[in-house]
Structure formats: structure tokens, C-alpha cells
Design a binder for this molecule. Sequence first.
Ligand SMILES: Nc1ncnc2c1ncn2[C@@H]1O[C@H](COP(=O)(O)OP(=O)(O)OP(=O)(O)O)[C@@H](O)[C@H]1O
Ligand SMILES: Cc1ncc(COP(=O)(O)O)c(N)n1
Length: 270
Amino acid sequence: MMTCHEPAGAPPRALTIAGSDSGGGAGIQADLKTMLEFGVHGMSAIVAVTAQNSVGVHGVWDLPAEAVRGQIRAVVDDIGVDVVKTGMLSSAALVALVAGELDRTRAPVVVDPVGVSKHGDPLLAPDAVDVVRRELLPRATVVTPNLDEVRLLTGVEVHDAADLPRAAEALLALGPAWVLVKGGHLRGDAVDLLTDGTSRFLLRGPRLDRRHTHGTGCTLASALASRLAWGDTPEQAAKAAKDYVSGALAAGFPLGAGIGPVDHGYRHRR
Ligand SMILES: Nc1ncnc2c1ncn2[C@@H]1O[C@H](COP(=O)(O)OP(=O)(O)OP(=O)(O)O)[C@@H](O)[C@H]1O
Ligand SMILES: Cc1ncc(COP(=O)(O)O)c(N)n1
């Protein structure tokens, strides 16, 4: 375990370990834009490079284990981190590597267990799911699955908001401290449930009938991580993140022929 100095006068430090989205709406690019909006110093360890646009994921190249490990250690061992956020981790070997590297820091960890893209393209190998379950989730301070990821990780099907507590319980049994189940794919209001098994908070937002939703999950998790880095409780951080992603989603814009991105800079364009 490395110990790092807390630099006086510097903003909190956030590290995203995720995939690169060449289209700029999701992945590392969404994470860093969100971190800037929340006033933290964003840093990245790129796990995989995707050739991606508004229409789909056209190619995926995993980085060698040595490159992923090297990026994480370069940041953690010198600069230090106040929070870590993980996103697309691609393969079983890379999930295991990242889970092991998390032991080098005591910072809170937000795990967005990215399975497929908005277009339905796979971003996690089938044999990596069990490694996420066994090695990554027990290290998570907060895990932020959407409903497809809930089903993949626990087998629990969520049909309406009444199913959210059962889904959260099944996830908590896998070891994270907190679970934020995202109900963005439900009918009706966009209701998310945050719980540690003792406290329960429903985060409710009006459903926005928008086509340009690329990056919602990455944005929510990065906003949550950024607020944790500032010292918020998970409840405070999740509420701030939900507000931000709702605003960014309401301002999502068309780019390319398919699904455009949420607007990470919407606060500057009002
Ligand atoms: N149409 C919508 N209207 C309002 N809020 C939404 C809508 N869709 C998603 N959200 C909210 O956006 C956040 C992300 O949820 P979502 O279920 O889209 O995650 P996700 O599927 O992991 O995203 P991604 O596809 O980017 O990985 C949640 O807070 C969810 O409630
Ligand atoms: C590199 C990367 N990470 C995450 C997502 C998920 O985002 P979405 O579900 O909005 O496509 C993505 N498409 N690409």
C-alpha cells in the first residue's frame, strides 16, 4: 500500500480506469469531462481503445496488461488518488488485474460494471462476468449497475420500481458497501435506488423522452465518484450525480447518424 501526501491547495484527485470512446460521449472521455465539471483533477488509466461513434462500436483493442498496470501505478504511487472509478474493463484478465491494483489505495471505488454499449455492442467478455462478481464487487464502495447488468450479475429481473430492492439485495450479497441500481430503462419515472442494506434512498427524476443518451451511465458514476472525492456521503454524492446526469441528458444533442451524447457542458450553454 502506497501512502501519498495530500497536496495543499490542489483539488481532489480522481482516477478513471475504463475504455476510450473515440466519439467522446462515453468512457474515459465522458469521465474526464464530468470530473472537470465537478472540480476534481481527473486522471485516466485506459484499459481498452474503442473505435466508436453514434452508430456503434466498430472495433475494440485491449491494452496489454503491462500498459494498464503501468498507468495505474504511475498515478497511484506518485500523484495519489482520492477516488477511483472503473468502467469498461473488457476481459477477465483485465478485470482481475484492476481488482488487484485497487489494493494499492484506500480511496473509495465506484464500479460501473459496463456490459454492453447503448447500441448493444459487447464491452465485457462473457467469462469476465464471474471475475467482476468475485474480485471487483467486494472492493466497491458503490456499484452502479443498470438493469441489464443487474440481470447479468445476479440473475434478478427488474420489471418495475418495486423490484429494485430485491435487485439491490442480490448485489449487496456480492460484497459492495453500497449499490445504486439505475432504473433508467424502466417505464415511467427514472427511479434509481441507493442502499447499503440499512439505509435506502430513492432517487427519482422525470423520464426525459430523449434520443441522445449516449454516456448516461459513465456520467452518473463519474459525478458520484467526484463528489465522494470531495467528502460527500454516498447519499449526497448520488443526489448530486443524478441532478447532473438529468441536466446533461435533457441537453443531449444530435451528432452523427445515431445516438448523440449527453451534454457534459450543459451548465455553460444555458
Ligand atoms: N430517459 C431518461 N430520463 C431520465 N433519466 C434517465 C433516462 N435514462 C436514464 N436516466 C438516468 O440516467 C442515469 C443512468 O442510467 P441508465 O440506466 O441510462 O444507465 P446505463 O444504461 O448504464 O447508461 P449507459 O447506457 O451510458 O451505460 C440514471 O440515473 C437513470 O435514472
Ligand atoms: C468505452 C465505453 N465505455 C462505456 C460505454 C457505455 O456507454 P453507453 O451505454 O452510453 O454506450 C461505451 N459505449 N463505451
